[in-house]
Design a protein around this ligand. Sequence first.
Ligand code: NAP
Length: 227
Amino acid sequence: MNFKDKIILITGASSGLGKALCLELAKTGCNIIALARHEAGLVKLQKAIEDLGGRCLAIPFDLSRFDQYQDLFDALKTQIPHLDGIVHAAGDLNRCTPMQYVQAKDFQAMLAIHLTAPNMLTQALLPLLEQAPAAQIIFVSCDMAEQAEPNWHAYGISKAALDHAAQMWQLEHPQKKMCFHVVNPGRMRTELMRRAYPGLDPLTIPLPSEAIAPFLAILEKIGLHES
Ligand SMILES: NC(=O)c1ccc[n+]([C@@H]2O[C@H](COP(=O)([O-])OP(=O)(O)OC[C@H]3O[C@@H](n4cnc5c(N)ncnc54)[C@H](OP(=O)(O)O)[C@@H]3O)[C@@H](O)[C@H]2O)c1
């Protein structure tokens, strides 16, 4: 893998899947733009990336603040010539709740982070993606996208909609200079999973580093046009 001259933005970079991807890409000298809300996690991540030979621009950013997406773009466009890829790995969950009891604010929060954010962030950064030779954009799905499961309310609904979203983006960009993908990493031993299944023995669940191969396989196509 050679990501030395590539610029890839990863949301949810400070933990779980996003962090595992950052650390693997760092070993190849990748230029990583790391997004998450909390600065402390990002500072640790930035050091780890640089220790591994990568470069990191860490940006504390709350993806539910849609009013700040334009500012994010304006800041990025002064620092990078283009964007080769985005992995929308941010995710959040307080607890699983049956639809019967879920409150509107919690429902909306799940839609915001898992559905609105990946779509609106892609939209905001489109001019930078269009400047890349051929960019790869990855939405992160889950098992609920294929088979409905109880208690996941707007989290599950959002994930199920991502496949549709990726297809729509691709149809709107048929030249394949940009490719839109949906990847389900399967269950991973992360904070999100711990909150979803507090009683589950974490040691029975694979680490996020075991889930990153399909993401890397897609990112390796950066710069390649598909016909
Ligand atoms: N874990 C699983 O078993 C599993 C299975 C299938 C799919 N997934 C999906 O995989 C992705 C990664 O999940 P994970 O399990 O790795 O989660 P995680 O370890 O809990 O990490 C979540 C990341 O998202 C960031 N984040 C949360 N809310 C944010 C916001 N409003 N703005 C910006 N960043 C935010 C967090 O950082 P801050 O708190 O600092 O913001 C953190 O870096 C998610 O899309 C999840 O739905 C997970």
